[in-house]
Design a protein around this ligand. Structure first.
Ligand SMILES: [Mn+2]
Length: 279
C-alpha cells in the first residue's frame, strides 16, 4: 500500500446513484495517509431531496473515514454547495472530523495551499441557483446515460471505460470555457490570500497546473472521472486517475482491510445528516 502524506478528495456526492463509492473504497484500500482533506460536495443534500440512493459501499466509506480519524489520521472537511447544510457547523468537529470553511495546508515542499470547495468562484452557482440546479439535473442524466452506454459497449465487446459526461466536458464549447473561466477566477481570487497555490473541486475537472505563476489543483470527482490528488513525502503532488491505477493494483494480491469491521455512526452526525437543504 503506498503511503502518502495527504489525500485530497472532492465531489463524492454520497446519497446519489452516480456516486462511485465502490471505486472510492478500492482507492482508499490502496492508499494510506497522515491527512485526508474532503473538499466539498461529499454528501449531496440537494440530490437527496429528490430521492436518496445510499448503499453499502457508501456506508463503508463513511465508516472507513471515521475509523481512520479515530486511528489518528487528521481529517478536515470543507463543505461545498451540495453539502452547504454543514457550513453553519464550521469550526466544530463531528466524530473526529474537523469542519472548516477553508483551510491552509503547508506542503512538504514549503508551499502554502488554500483549500476550498470553489463554488464561490462559479458565477452561475452563486447568482442563479436555479440554473445551477437545472445544470445539475442535466449532468446527472448524462452520468446515468453513461452507465447504460457502458453496458451496451460491454455487450458489444468494446473494452475500456468511455465517459460521455467527460466527452461533453471536453467538447462542448460552453463547458470548456466554463472550466477556463472558473480556473481564472479562482486564481484571481487567491492572489489576495497570500498563498502559493490552491486546491479545490466543484467543477468535476481534475488538474494540476501552473496558472500565472501559482499552482492550481483540482481534485476532480467520484461521480464520473474517479480522481484524487495525493501529496507524497517528497512534497510532490500527484493526480491519481483511479481507473488506470486500479488495473495496476488488480495484479497484486489483496490484503484484508483492518478498517472495515463495522463501526456505528456517531449520534451527533445524525441530526445534521437528516436536515438536508433549507433554501
Ligand atoms: Mn460543488
Amino acid at each position: 500500500m503506498p503511503q502518502v502524506r495527504s489525500i485530497f478528495l472532492s465531489d463524492i456526492h454520497l446519497g446519489t446513484r452516480g456516486c462511485q463509492a465502490d471505486s472510492l473504497l478500492a482507492f482508499l484500500r490502496n492508499y494510506d495517509s497522515e491527512y485526508i482533506f474532503l473538499l466539498g460536495d461529499i454528501i449531496d443534500f440537494w440530490a437527496m431531496n429528490r430521492g436518496v440512493h445510499w448503499n453499502t459501499a457508501q456506508n463503508t466509506f463513511v465508516q472507513k473515514l471515521l475509523r481512520r480519524a479515530r486511528k489518528g489520521v487528521k481529517i478536515v472537511y470543507v463543505p461545498g454547495n451540495h453539502d452547504e447544510a454543514l457550513r453553519e457547523h464550521c469550526g466544530i468537529s463531528l466524530g473526529d472530523i474537523e469542519l472548516r470553511h477553508e483551510y491552509i495546508h503547508t506542503g512538504l515542499n514549503g508551499k502554502r495551499y488554500l483549500l476550498i470547495h470553489g463554488d464561490e468562484y462559479d458565477q452561475v452557482t452563486r447568482h442563479h441557483r436555479w440554473v445551477a440546479i437545472l445544470g445539475d439535473v442535466a449532468y446527472n442524466t448524462l452520468v446515468r446515460l453513461n452507465g447504460w452506454l457502458s453496458r451496451v459497449r460491454c455487450r458489444l465487446g468494446i473494452s475500456g471505460y468511455w465517459s460521455l459526461a467527460g466527452y461533453a466536458k471536453r467538447k462542448v464549447k460552453t463547458a470548456v470555457s466554463f472550466i477556463f473561466d472558473f480556473e481564472d477566477s479562482v486564481v484571481r481570487g487567491m492572489r489576495e490570500k497570500g498563498v502559493d497555490g490552491i486546491i479545490c473541486g466543484h467543477i468535476h475537472a481534475a488538474a494540476i497546473k501552473q496558472i500565472q505563476g501559482v499552482t492550481y489543483i483540482n481534485c476532480g470527482d467520484w461521480v464520473d472521472s474517479c480522481t484524487a490528488i495525493v501529496e507524497h513525502f517528497d512534497g510532490q503532488m500527484e493526480l491519481v486517475e483511479w481507473r488506470e491505477k486500479a488495473e495496476e493494483y488488480a495484479l497484486s494480491p489483496s490484503i484484508p482491510d483492518p478498517d472495515e469491521s463495522p463501526v456505528p455512526i456517531p449520534t451527533d452526525l445524525i441530526p445534521v445528516m437528516s436536515r438536508g437543504r433549507t433554501a
